[in-house]
Design a protein around this ligand. Structure first.
Ligand code: FES
Length: 167
C-alpha cells in the first residue's frame, strides 16, 4: 500500500496555461470557483496545492475559502489518485446497509486501505460521509460512476474487471 503524497505541478507545465485560460473564460468570477476546481481536477487528476494558490489569487478568493470548498466535496482530491478510484459512502444510510463490509472486502482483495492507493497506483480507495443519494444505499462511486445498492462481491468483481485481471 502506498500513501499518496501531495505533489506540486511546475508552473511551466503547459496544462497550467490551459487552466489559466479556463479561469479567463470565467472572467475570473469568484462564483466560478467550483467549475474552475473541476477543470483543474479533470486536467491533473487531483488539485495540486500550488495551483490551488493560483486559483485563489486569480479568482480573488482567500485560500482558506478555496480549501473549505475543496475539502467539502468528496470529488476533489489534494493528492494524486489511483488510475481507478473507488469511493465507498460511509454515511448513516450506507453504513447500516453494509458499507463497512464493502470496505473490508476491497481492502482484503486488493490490499488497499481508506485514503491509500495500491503500490502500482492502479486503485485508490476513499470513503465519504454521505454522497447525497441515501435512497441508493449502500452507494459506491467507481471512477465517477455512482453504483446503487451495491454489495461486496459485486464491487470487487467490477474493480477486477476494470483492473483487467484478477488479483
Ligand atoms: S449515506 Fe450514503 S448516500 Fe447518504
Amino acid at each position: 500500500m502506498s500513501q499518496a503524497q501531495v505533489v506540486d505541478v511546475p508552473e511551466s507545465d503547459p496544462r497550467v496555461k490551459q487552466m489559466l485560460k479556463v479561469i479567463k473564460n470565467y472572467q475570473k468570477r469568484p462564483d466560478a470557483l467550483v467549475q474552475v476546481l473541476h477543470a483543474v481536477q479533470d486536467t491533473f487528476g487531483y488539485l495540486p496545492m500550488n495551483l490551488i494558490r493560483v486559483v485563489s489569487k486569480e479568482l480573488h478568493i482567500p485560500p482558506s475559502r478555496v480549501f473549505g470548498v475543496v475539502t467539502f466535496y468528496y470529488y476533489f482530491s489534494l493528492k494524486p489518485k489511483g488510475e481507478h478510484n473507488c469511493l465507498v459512502c460511509t454515511g448513516t444510510a450506507c453504513y447500516v446497509k453494509g458499507a463497512q463490509k464493502i470496505i473490508d472486502q476491497i481492502s482484503a482483495s486488493f490490499g488497499v486501505k481508506d485514503g491509500q492507493t495500491t503500490p502500482d497506483n492502479k486503485l485508490g480507495l476513499q470513503t465519504a460521509r454521505c454522497i447525497g443519494c441515501c435512497g441508493l444505499a449502500p452507494a459506491v462511486v467507481l471512477d465517477n460512476e455512482i453504483l446503487p445498492r451495491t454489495d461486496p462481491a459485486q464491487i470487487t468483481g467490477l474493480i477486477n474487471a476494470r483492473l483487467g485481471a484478477k488479483k
